[in-house]
Design a protein around this ligand. Structure first.
Ligand SMILES: *Cc1c(COP(=O)(O)O)cnc(C)c1O
Length: 385
């Protein structure tokens, strides 16, 4: 596609378009890791929860990891594989249902384990989330092992925990850690080395280890074979331990786009295109991370090509700005703008702030046809508050 003017579509605008073939490619790669390394891969619903794709995902992945009741229900009712539920803190009114539908339950503290130990059911395999106290995630918002992190038990707290709750270790079957974000396997190796040094003395009574998410397995430069060799090594060293990985981003990575329409172009020192998509409502990580999304056919360098524009959303928030880009041809009202890689961590984070409609959900099927799965409207906005 040469530039944005050549895009003709009659999809609702804006729309998230998930391309099933790209998702399938990711799933096949994850399945290869699962099979060759003899590990279990779960989908982290936090990053990707497009339920209309679960019939496909279920053929390749073992189940889902959920962060509380609603995700656990989605996993149980829609995905129908294993349900692994971790929450920074479980709520008393939600725990009975969580324990009914979960295979694994991971607690964030000894106190939580103690609080719920009499409410768990025989089919629940219990674990503790460990803070391995090693991380190389640079953005604090996405660093589970940052200073004062509330996620996971540090070694110091663990030692206090096994003293204060003497029966705790006999109740658990696994350890969980989640310390990565968009990282390659060398970081997993470094985290595991630290984790193993501090906790392997407790491995002998366990049945599983869960290495969380953040493994960017489907990114082009990820060392997949290195990961497989590394995981096989752990399986050989601790053959009694099943290994779980629970990536979210790697499942939805580069599996589709957000298509928006130019509603107007205003001028104030620069040309500013107003879209029916919004940074704040539809692409919040462009503001939170922050990062600049790719636009098909455009340069992210506003001075590289002849015609440059700032893109802003249709909210009244001054900071609802997607970024400055340049194009070979001028943009016109009515043009479609395509933001690349907008499936993982975008659809799951949208809001109806300021009454802006949620983007429609579209799946591009493997045979090339587009299926509009859901449209949203006033009722979705109204029912939120
Ligand atoms: C966010 C999260 C994941 C998934 O992380 P990705 O970066 O999307 O792979 C897995 N497990 C836990 C506990 C998480 O919080």
């Amino acid at each position: 596609m040469k530039n944005n003017q050549s895009i003709v579509t009659n999809l609702p605008s804006p729309s998230f378009v998930c391309e099933e073939q790209l998702l399938l490619n990711n799933l096949k790669l994850l399945k290869r890791v699962q099979d060759e390394a003899d590990v279990n891969i779960l989908l982290a619903l936090k990053g990707f929860s497009l339920k209309s794709s679960f019939d496909l995902c279920r053929k390749y992945l073992k189940g889902c990891c959920a962060s509380g009741l609603n995700e656990a229900l989605l996993a149980y009712e829609e995905f129908k594989g294993e349900v692994h539920t971790y929450s920074p803190a479980f709520k008393p009114n939600e725990f009975p249902k969580i324990s009914e539908i979960s295979n694994h339950i991971v607690f964030n503290s000894f106190a939580q384990l103690d609080l719920y130990k009499d409410s768990v059911q025989p089919h629940n395999s219990l674990g503790l989330r460990i803070n391995p106290e090693y991380s190389s995630v640079e953005v604090d918002l996405y660093n589970p092992c940052g200073v004062y992190s509330r996620l996971g038990i540090t070694k110091e707290e663990f030692l206090k925990g096994i003293t204060n709750y003497p029966d705790a270790l006999s109740m658990i079957s696994g350890f969980h850690f989640h310390a990565l974000c968009e990282q390659n396997f060398d970081v997993l190796e470094a985290v595991f080395t630290k984790f193993e040094a501090n906790f392997s003395e407790y491995f002998k009574n366990l049945h599983w280890l869960n290495f969380g998410g953040g493994h960017h397995i489907t990114r082009k430069d990820y060392d997949v074979d290195g990961l497989i060799t590394f995981l096989k090594g752990i399986r050989e060293k601790y053959p009694h331990l099943k290994i779980y990985l629970e990536p979210g981003e790697a499942v939805g990575w580069q599996t589709g786009y957000l298509e928006a329409t130019v509603l107007d172009i205003v001028h104030n020192g620069i040309d500013i295109a107003i879209l029916d998509a919004s940074a704040e409502c539809h692409m919040p990580d462009t503001l939170a991370m922050p990062y600049k999304a790719e636009i098909r056919g455009a340069s992210k360098d506003p001075s590289e090509k002849k015609y440059s524009y700032r893109f802003g959303g249709n909210t009244c928030l001054a900071g609802d700005i997607i970024g400055d880009y340049s194009f070979d041809q001028p943009i016109k009202i009515g043009d479609k703008i395509i933001f690349e890689d907008m499936i993982h961590y975008t659809m799951v984070k949208t809001t109806t702030f300021n009454g802006i409609n949620l983007p429609s959900i579209v799946i591009k099927r493997i045979d090339g046809t587009f299926e509009v799965i859901t449209n949203f409207g006033y009722e979705d906005f109204k029912s939120r508050i």
